[in-house]
Each structure stands twice: as C-alpha cells, then as structure tokens.
Design a binder for this molecule. Structure first.
Ligand SMILES: NC(=O)C1=CN([C@@H]2O[C@H](COP(=O)(O)OP(=O)(O)OC[C@H]3O[C@@H](n4cnc5c(N)ncnc54)[C@H](OP(=O)(O)O)[C@@H]3O)[C@@H](O)[C@H]2O)C=CC1
Ligand SMILES: CC(=O)N[C@@H](CCC(=O)OP(=O)(O)O)C(=O)O
Length: 349
C-alpha cells in the first residue's frame, strides 16, 4: 500500500496501554501524515487511556477498546504491541492490504527450530525484518504489508557489528555481546524481580549462557551479512534506568586490522544512514544522548592486545529499539520519507 501524497493514513494500536504501544503513539502524535484510530488494551480495555498513558495529552479523551480483529480492521496500518505469541492469530485475520507492524517477536525468526527452542510453542512464520540498516533489508520493507520489528537488544548489537562482519574484518564465529538495558525493556506488567526495591541501586546479568531469546535473532541478523559461520555469546544486564541500552560488542580481528581501518569501514557503512551516528574518534556512546530519539550512537576501535574489534552502541529501547523502528518501517512501507515524524535529537541530561 502506498500513500497518495497529501493524504492521511489511519492507524490503530493494539497494546496501547503498554510501554511499546504508548511510545508508538507518542511518536505518531508528531507524525504529519497520521490519523490515530482505534486504541486497544488487554486487561485495561474499557479504561480511559489517560489513566495508563497520562503523558499522551492529545489522546486524553480516548477509551481503550477490546483487542479484536473487528476493532482493528478498517485501518490502513495496525501496530501490534502485544506480548509474544499474541500477534499471530490477529495478524492472519487482518485484511491483506492492511499494513501490520508487529512489535513482538512472533515473526522475527526464520528458523522454526530456533523459535521452538527459545520461545516454545508453534512458530507463526517470518515476515520482512524491520531493520532497514541491515544489508539490503530496506528494499524488503518498501511497500511491505507485514513487518516484524526487531527486538531491542538485536537492533543495537546487530548494528554495532554489521559493518565489521559485512566487510570481513572480524571472525564472526567469535562474537561476544554484553548489553545493559533499562527496565522498560521488560514491559509494564508487574514482575517480582522488577520491583523498584529489587532494581534500584543494582545491576544484574540475566539470561546468561546463551539462553536469552535474542541470541538466535542476533545470530540470524549477522548471518545475513557473511557466508562464514556466526556464533554469538550474548549476555543481557538489567540496570536501574527507565530507558536505554548500551551494548558492548566484540569479535576477533582479522590479521592486519588497525583501529583507523575499522573506523574507516564504519564511516563508509554508516555515512548515508539517517539514524546512525558514528561518534568522533575520542567519544563513546552513552544512553542519555539517545533517550527519546530514533538515533543509534556507535563507536568502534581495536583492542590490540586482545586482538579484538570492540564496538559500542547505544539506543533507546522504546524508540529505535521498538516504536521508532516501527514508525520508520511504516514510512518505508507507505513510500513516505523514511525519517518522517522521527528525530535524532536526544534528551539530556
Ligand atoms: N519494552 C521494550 O523495550 C520492547 C518491547 N518489545 C515488544 O513489544 C511488545 C509489547 O511490549 P511492552 O509494551 O514492553 O509490554 P507491556 O507489558 O508494557 O504491554 C503489553 C500490552 O499488551 C496488552 N496485552 C497483554 N496481554 C494481552 C492479551 N491477551 N490480549 C490483548 N492485549 C494484551 C497489554 O494490555 P493491558 O495492560 O491492558 O493488559 C499492554 O497493552 C512485546 O512483544 C515486546 O516484546 C519489543 C522491543 C522492545
Ligand atoms: C530489560 C528486559 O527485560 N528486556 C527484555 C527484552 C525486550 C525486547 O526487546 O524485547 P522483545 O524481544 O521482548 O520484543 C528481555 O530481556 O526480555
């Protein structure tokens, strides 16, 4: 579906009471070509949106509806911001010409065995993957009617290493990613380990030992860039901040690589990308610079003694890590300028 210039696209958001759905709405309120239609919830259906998302002032008079195919039909674009496993049935029942953008994981993986191993249950299938900056992915997204938005950790770690893997300056069988995330990455639903008293003043690793479900997604992404085997050791870390991910990624450097050459490779790869900002040589990414924005801040160097390329990247997990990517993909799907309604300006301090 392509938008005739000057016309408005009518969107619906399923999961509008959650973090990802709320962020999709925050971004779309600043989008010039969007009219906001149905907003649905789960347990909060029937509640005023303002009780759940008081920051979305222009939508203060809206009431959350039930998440049903009937409510969501009749829109040009439907954003699904539902828990894993909830998108498949709804997506299949929506009209073919409706653009469906799934913020969940249901359609991200291409390998059904990996889906069953990491998520359990039946694999719903795979859709065009919503990371335009990865290889030739942008072309897949133009005019697409079904899009799987990447996970937040896979977005930041895949982008941090993509230029190095694509250029063959590292051995992709030795990738290590350690990424620290803010607590909104875990969603709004209460969880015992996410109580304020558990999280405040503490940082903790989880999903250690290759068990986190984003491991196969990072491996899948990097494998699209090389014919060599890709092996990823991924460790997520929960840190006491509401938003942001900082990923420290490394891989064995190929003989003869210098820090200058690595930086050159990244400059060439990211030069044309509107949302990826390779920092000046002496600066390193920090989450506060990307909060609220769709930007990815990246830096790269060589650890000569360890013989490893080290790339660090920061994103806002709810913006480029979810909702910003979803809006960027909508723009591509509809033939709008890719950056419409999205900013690279963060919120600091
Ligand atoms: N948070 C993040 O940083 C990221 C999130 N995502 C993905 O986005 C999706 C949403 O995540 P997030 O917003 O964080 O989660 P939240 O827990 O904050 O929100 C979940 C939303 O889904 C609704 N919901 C829950 N169960 C049902 C159901 N059975 N039927 C209909 N609606 C239901 C909830 O409604 P109610 O509250 O009314 O019950 C709520 O609106 C997930 O798939 C997540 O993996 C992806 C990347 C990053
Ligand atoms: C801090 C935190 O808990 N983060 C989430 C990942 C959030 C994300 O990207 O999500 P989905 O794959 O769920 O869409 C986690 O580790 O499960």
């Amino acid at each position: 579906m392509r938008m005739p210039s000057g016309s408005q696209v009518k969107i619906a958001v399923a999961g509008a009471s959650g973090y990802a759905g709320g962020e999709v709405l925050r971004l779309l309120l600043a989008h010039p070509s969007v009219e906001i239609g149905a907003l649905t919830g789960g347990s909060n259906a029937g509640e005023p949106l303002s009780r759940l998302q008081p920051h979305l002032v222009p939508l203060a008079d809206r009431v959350l509806e039930e998440t049903t195919v009937e409510v969501l039909s009749g829109h040009d674009v439907v954003f699904l911001a539902l828990p894993h496993g909830q998108s498949g049935e709804i997506a299949k029942a929506l009209p073919d010409d409706c653009v469906v953008i799934d913020c969940g994981a249901d359609f991200r993986l291409t390998d059904s065995e990996e889906w069953e191993r990491f998520y359990g249950g039946t694999h719903a299938g795979s859709w065009p993957y919503g990371l335009p900056e990865l290889g030739g992915q942008r072309d897949e997204l133009r005019g697409a009617t079904r899009i799987a938005v990447p996970g937040c950790y896979p977005t930041v770690s895949s982008l941090a290493l993509a230029p190095a893997v694509a250029a063959g300056i590292v051995d992709p069988s030795g990738v290590v990613v350690v990424a620290a995330s803010g607590t909104s990455g875990a969603g709004k639903a209460p969880k015992p380990n996410l109580l304020g008293s558990e999280v405040m003043g503490s940082a903790g690793a989880y999903g250690v030992g290759g068990t986190h479900r984003h491991t196969p997604e990072i491996t899948q992404n990097l494998s699209t860039l090389t014919d060599e085997p890709v092996r990823v050791s991924f460790t997520p870390v929960l840190v006491p901040m509401p938003r942001g991910i900082l990923a420290t990624c490394s891989a064995p450097a190929r003989d003869g690589l210098t820090a200058e050459r690595a930086y050159e490779v990244y400059t060439e790869a990211f030069g044309p990308e509107p949302f990826i900002h390779l920092l000046p040589r002496d600066q390193w990414p920090q989450t506060k610079s990307v909060v609220g924005s769709n930007a990815v801040h990246v830096q790269v160097t060589l650890d000569e003694d360890a013989g490893r390329l080290v790339a660090v990247a920061a994103v806002d997990n709810l913006a480029k890590g979810t909702a910003g990517a979803a809006v960027q993909c909508m723009n591509l799907a509809l033939g709008l300028p890719e950056t419409t309604g999205l900013s690279t300006v963060g919120l600091a301090p």
